[in-house]
Write a protein that binds this ligand. Structure first.
Ligand SMILES: [Zn+2]
Length: 423
């Protein structure tokens, strides 16, 4: 008897997990129900996705609703959502009683924040809106680099984050260090990363990343620590444990890490080895990927330059010039003489000039001489906090750094918005 009860419990868990995978189901008190009801065996569930060009009525038709029923269901949406403007890819869950093919419930996953639920009583459909409650806590994750940042965090965070959130965490970490490390090409086997961040979880177990509170990136035995700090004007910035800003005069890469993920694992250099004086760095990326200027400056060249194809050159302070080649085109307003600000999109990846496929050719010239960006851009104009701000920073660091040092896993629960380090 006891064994049977346990087996039933396991089945229930399995059924509940399967149902949760399909859609977010609120917790229901099952005490007064028959065994079949408790197991959910009297209900069927199907999940579906709105295809390109398909209407919601058509989708519901595919799921067994007759035309009048589907039309009534969609009509019940009323002002909640405009059924003509529902985007392709919308996730839809359909449920019904096993005694009938006819659905009794339809859930539309309108956004991360909202579900619209349609319910039928007899022939009458009603629609209600439900806000999805995301619960926040703080988590530490560690990863060791074997091939790239994604793999490091994929392995290190598997237990604590759903797949999409693990990728988003890699993007966030790359952003924290964008003035210090080009995550797409400067990491090596054995480097490691640890991150303290806010994790948000919805009732179906899907995660998303809130704010990164602190991080550590260890390369060749040296760690760059990063602590999130809020300036009096409300802006967030990362500082190391000595209260020096991670910000610098130059971004370490002309393409944002999150923009080039699709080409990871492909060969590095898609160009023929015929270009002898090739002294730059090539970034494989999809055609049209935005290219950003690594620093403030003035455009000193915008046009076609031999094998480089469409090329931009930006002159910065101290005799630095950054060059961007093979561009598909330039951003609006970017022409010779234009001022540009660090991080601004100046053009788009292409394959013009001597290029066999879309990629960005990037060079740094110092006083007219091509230099390795890895060493040329290492110089930083890091600003350090002083006085009251430094004292305030130290109290923030005194809280988050010990937490960053903890074993991987959840650290503590924080309320909505309380993860921010307050003045
Ligand atoms: Zn090149």
């Amino acid at each position: 008897m006891k064994r049977l009860a346990r087996r039933t419990a396991i089945v229930m868990v399995a059924v509940a997990a399967a149902a949760a995978a399909l859609t977010y189901l609120p917790k229901i008190d099952l005490s007064g129900h028959t065994p079949a009801e408790r197991l959910g065996l009297d209900r069927w569930h199907a999940s579906d996705t709105l295809a390109l060009g398909e209407s919601l009525v058509e989708l519901l038709g595919r799921r067994g609703l007759d035309a009048a029923d589907a039309a009534a269901a969609v009509q019940s949406l009323g002002g909640l959502i405009d059924d003509r403007r529902i985007p392709a890819g919308l996730e839809v869950a359909v449920h019904g009683d096993t005694s009938s093919q006819r659905a009794t419930d339809v859930d539309l996953m309108v956004s991360d924040e909202k579900i619209v639920r349609l319910h039928r009583e007899g022939d009458v459909w009603t629609a209600t809106e439900e806000v999805i409650p995301w619960v926040m806590d703080t988590v530490v994750v560690r990863g060791v680099v074997r091939t790239n940042l994604y793999d490091a965090l994929d392995a290190g965070a598997g237990e604590w984050l759903s797949k999409g959130a693990r990728i988003a965490l890699a993007w966030e970490v790359a952003d924290v260090y964008e003035y210090r490390v080009d995550m797409s090409r400067e990491l090596q086997d054995g480097d490691s990363v640890r991150v303290l961040f806010e994790r948000e979880t919805n009732p179906s177990g899907t995660n998303r990343i809130g704010k990164v509170l602190a991080a550590g990136l260890e390369r060749g035995g040296q760690e760059i620590t990063a602590v999130r700090f809020i300036h009096p004007d409300g802006k967030a910035e990362f500082f190391d444990e000595k209260a020096k800003s991670l910000r610098a005069s130059f971004l370490r890469a002309p393409l944002s890490f999150r923009r080039i993920s699709s080409v990871f694992g492909r060969r590095k250099h898609p160009i023929l080895g015929t270009w002898r004086r090739h002294a730059g760095t090539d970034y494989a990326a999809a055609s049209g990927t935005p290219v950003r200027t690594i620093g403030d400056g003035v455009v000193v060249f915008a046009g076609v330059k031999g094998g480089y194809g469409n090329t931009l050159e930006v002159r910065h302070r101290n005799g630095f010039v950054s060059r961007y080649g093979h561009l598909k085109g330039f951003a609006r307003g970017v022409r010779r003489g234009a001022s540009v600000t660090q991080g601004e999109t100046i053009g788009y990846v292409g394959a013009t000039g001597l290029a066999t496929g879309p990629h960005l050719h990037f060079e740094v010239l110092v006083n007219g001489v091509q230099r390795d960006p890895r060493t040329a851009l290492r110089q930083s104009a890091a600003v350090a906090l002083t006085g009251k701000e430094k004292v305030r920073f130290e109290s923030v660091a005194g809280v988050v750094l010990p937490e960053l040092g903890r074993a991987p896993g959840p650290v503590r629960a924080v309320g909505q918005g309380e993860g921010e380090a307050k003045p």
